[in-house]
Design a protein around this ligand. Structure first.
Ligand code: ADP
Ligand code: ZN
Length: 802
């Protein structure tokens, strides 16, 4: 027998190996194997088995890693789709579906000896130097593998055994599973009786689950039938795309009881003998969120393990959680982005909470969006997918309007509370009256004073950390910029440093203007960050207890928990923060939310700027009035009449959608089309620019009626070429047929031309036939020869355009 193996070193190629007699019957599709490759031994994944190979003199597979096949054929298929759609090497896609802790050779339960610190009772003994050094490591790490310890401490097992003899550490094979939540005491919860809107939504979901259970095996055919045209497994394919009856968009305002629906839908999946995956944004993976799921399913008749996958787990914990799923003992998985690859089998339900969140997009290769992968996986495995949000993405809303997904709505809060009253404050007026830089309008100041008097809490939101956002000389116009990025440096007052928020560059604050010819000592700070808000609050309300929450102060998970705990306990009056505080937090005593500078996100050079602003304002406003007292929200803005702000003020999602989609239609931006962002980067700007022009020429060949001579047709300085769009024309039969609707823009300097000392030029492509474009791009990426030091990256359905 022959095994076809995809090697971890990306070669965009698979290799045949023969299965030696001793491994006969043990190697399967999805097995992790070690194979010889030249003089090296490398790891790979079996992607197919065959009777014979076209190649002679095959080398043997050396060994199998892990007792079970690690990649199920279904996940393997998903990885292939990712490689195709997101235009990356299959090896990379395959790699991303397995957590690092699972891929590595030594992964496995039985073989690993772990060293664990044992709590010391009484006095700590005096240790010889070597032992003390080893102990220091164990104490700091609490638990680590023996092999890692030996490496770190440069010592032998004997020294570690000495510590064991003293009762300071325990050395044991890790058969016992680690449970990252073992210390939490979780009380079981019961399903709540649903209100009519919830019941209606759940009814449709369970009906689809019943149907997909019955239809098992019927689907799957026809998936390949449209070869050459659009891939029907893509949720983004063009015109002739069948509706996907088991994808739902659950649009429910914050506090409308979405999570309760998730819980009951999961119970339904379990009753069908199937499992579920729940995706939440990393930031929302708080113990409280996990607890709600564990509480419902860790006891009672359907008792099952709930596995948790996210980046804060240790490698060991991740390994164990993953294998609990693979062995079928944990039927429910809750996790961040990559949990979409969890080997749940059979899979009945996928939930993507806060589906509009941009953290579902991976910003490195493979640049997949877990929300979209969820739809594809659901379709491949006949599972129901529920996307939930209080502020759905335009993409998902568009899909419901087009009949691809079914819309479920929860228009009211469970407790019948009113939506908070939102007031927009015109900061231009306020600034005229007050003169000078204004952080708090008189209205907001007054509202904060009231809250302090009444003992209620306030949240103030500003999505920018630091003290001042730029350092500027009023005489010569000098602006302190990062030497590596085209970005101005932010002033951080506590450390008296200027910092780049992109690459982390730090420099001291100059005493005078650094411009040799100027040397003005009266250099000025301008712009506003959370530190300055905190500072100013201290001056305005000296008796208020103020706490700031942003990436500068929240270095560890515990910090975050602590501040939220204090806030909940009423030990903090005013919480100031960045988007860290915008999401999912639920505090009954918060009756006021102030958005300091609402138009901040509007000024981004991004077609989604309005959408982002609308989502952010709605989410932040949703933090007010979750208790008995009605909430109030002040939105301070310099463009108070911007539609994103006005629709958010009225809690009018549909109004916002209609005007925004019109704008996207006009300019043919997603979701009306699909976009691909090509970035050419390198240290030498001329080379980068030249290469980008070269890429443009290759792309022009894809367009009908273009190719040779296209260059002349383009007017001077005109970067955008538009070919008449014919969305309803039949699909071209051949992949090489020209694109009729392809729009190519660029090359143009990226909004941040220089980032981390790389120059970047971008091209933006838009089409309705993204799967086909991906194929074409893959060809270009693999064949194009770029000058040394210049790279080209492809981002399909990009989220970040900077
Ligand atoms: P969302 O996920 O939409 O923000 P949640 O599911 O967290 O909303 O619900 C908000 C609150 O209402 C929670 O405390 C939840 O326990 C409660 N809740 C949800 N559904 C019901 C219901 N049918 N009856 C009573 N309370 C409910
Ligand atoms: Zn920088």
């Amino acid at each position: 027998m022959i095994a076809r193996v995809s090697l971890e070193i990306a070669l965009r190629k698979e290799f045949d190996y023969f299965i030696p007699p001793e491994l006969e019957g043990k190697v399967d599709v999805g097995s992790r194997v070690q194979v010889p490759f030249g003089p090296r031994k490398v790891l790979g994944c079996v992607t197919a088995l065959a009777e014979e190979s076209a190649h002679a003199k095959l080398k043997p597979i050396l060994k199998i890693i892990g007792a079970q096949t690690l990649v199920t054929p279904k996940v393997l298929k998903l990885a292939r789709w990712i490689a195709d759609y997101y235009c990356c090497a299959p090896e990379i896609a395959l790699k991303s579906v397995l957590p690092e802790a699972i891929r590595r050779e030594e992964a496995g339960w039985r073989e690993r000896l772990f060293v664990r610190a044992i709590p010391v009772n009484g006095e700590f003994p005096k240790l010889p130097k070597r032992q003390q050094e080893v102990w220091n490591i164990v104490e700091e790490r609490r638990e680590l593998s023996l092999s890692e310890l030996l490496e770190l401490a440069e010592t032998t097992a004997t020294t570690v055994r000495r510590l064991e003899d003293r009762g300071l550490v325990e050395i044991a094979p890790q058969i016992s599973e680690r449970d990252p939540y073992a210390r939490e005491h979780i009380l079981p919860s019961q399903p709540l009786p649903l209100n009519p809107a919830q019941a209606a939504a759940l009814g449709k979901i369970t009906k689809a689950m019943a149907a997909s259970g019955a239809e098992k095996g019927k689907r799957g055919k026809g998936e390949k039938e449209q070869g050459g045209g659009e891939d029907s497994t893509s949720p983004f394919s063009s015109a002739p795309f069948p509706p996907f009856p088991s994808a739902f968009l659950l649009h429910g305002v914050t506090g409308s009881g979405k999570t309760e629906i998730y819980l009951q839908a999961i119970a339904h999946a379990l009753a069908q003998g199937k499992g579920a995956i729940v995706l939440v944004p990393e930031i929302a993976l708080t113990p409280q969120t996990v607890e709600r799921f564990k509480a419902r399913f860790s006891s009672g008749p359907q008792q099952t393990l709930v596995a948790v996958l996210h980046s804060h787990l240790s490698a060991g914990e991740r390994h164990d959680e993953w294998h609990k799923i693979r062995q079928g003992r944990a039927r429910i998985v809750i996790g961040a982005r990559s949990a979409i690859f969890a080997p749940v089998e059979p899979l009945g339900l996928i939930i993507v909470d806060e589906e509009h969140e941009h953290t579902y997009k991976q910003e490195e290769v493979p640049r997949y969006n877990a929300r979209d992968v969820a739809i594809v996986r659901g379709q491949m495995e006949n599972a129901v997918v529920v996307l939930g949000s209080a502020t759905p993405s335009l993409e998902s809303s568009y899909n419901t309007r087009k009949g691809k997904y079914t819309l479920l709505e929860l228009p009211e809060r469970v407790d019948n509370q009113k939506m908070p009253h939102v007031r927009v404050v015109d900061m231009r007026q306020a600034a005229r009256k007050e003169k000078g830089n204004l952080i708090f309008s008189p209205q907001l100041k007054e509202a904060i004073t009231q809250r302090l008097e009444r003992g209620e809490q306030t949240i103030l939101f500003l999505n920018r950390r630091g003290y001042s956002t730029s350092l500027l000389c009023p005489l010569c116009g000098y602006v302190a910029e990062c030497p590596n990025c085209s970005l101005s440096l932010t002033y951080h007052r506590p450390e008296q440093k200027l910092r780049c928020h992109l690459c982390g560059h730090i420099e001291p604050v100059p005493a005078a203007c650094p411009n040799e010819k100027c040397r003005n000592p009266a250099i000025r700070y301008s712009g506003l960050g959370t530190q300055k808000v905190e500072d100013t609050l201290g001056k305005l309300f000296p008796n208020a207890r103020v706490k700031r929450m942003d990436a500068d102060v929240m270095k560890r998970k515990e910090d975050y928990r602590k501040v939220l705990g204090d806030f909940r306990a009423g030990k903090i009056d005013i919480l100031v923060g960045t988007q860290m505080i915008a999401k999912g937090l639920h505090f009954p005593n918060v009756t006021l939310v102030g958005i300091i500078y609402a138009d901040l996100a509007l000024h981004q050079p991004d077609f989604r700027a309005g959408e982002r602003t609308f989502q952010l304002l709605t989410q932040v406003a949703g933090r007010a009035g979750r208790g008995d007292v009605e909430g109030e929200v002040f939105v301070q803005a310099f463009t108070p009449f911007h539609p994103a702000i006005q629709y958010a003020r009225r809690h009018d999602f549909n109004g916002f959608y209609d005007q925004e989609i019109e704008f996207r239609e006009q300019l043919k931006y997603p979701p009306v089309t699909r976009a691909a962002l090509l970035t050419v980067r390198g240290h030498n700007e001329d080379k980068v620019k030249f290469s980008a022009e070269h890429v443009r020429k290759e792309l022009d060949k894809l367009v009908a009626g273009k190719g040779k001579g296209a260059e002349e047709k383009r007017g001077k300085g005109e970067k955008e070429t538009e070919i008449v769009q014919q969305p309803d024309s039949p699909l071209p039969l051949f992949p090489s047929a020209p694109f009729r609707d392809l729009i190519i823009a660029g090359p143009a300097p990226a909004p941040l031309l220089r980032a981390e000392s790389f120059y970047r030029y971008q091209l933006m492509l838009r089409t309705r036939q993204m799967s086909r474009l991906s194929q074409a791009l893959a060809k270009i990426v693999t064949t194009l020869v770029l000058p040394e030091g210049v790279t080209l990256t492809v981002d399909i359905d990009p989220v970040s355009l900077s």
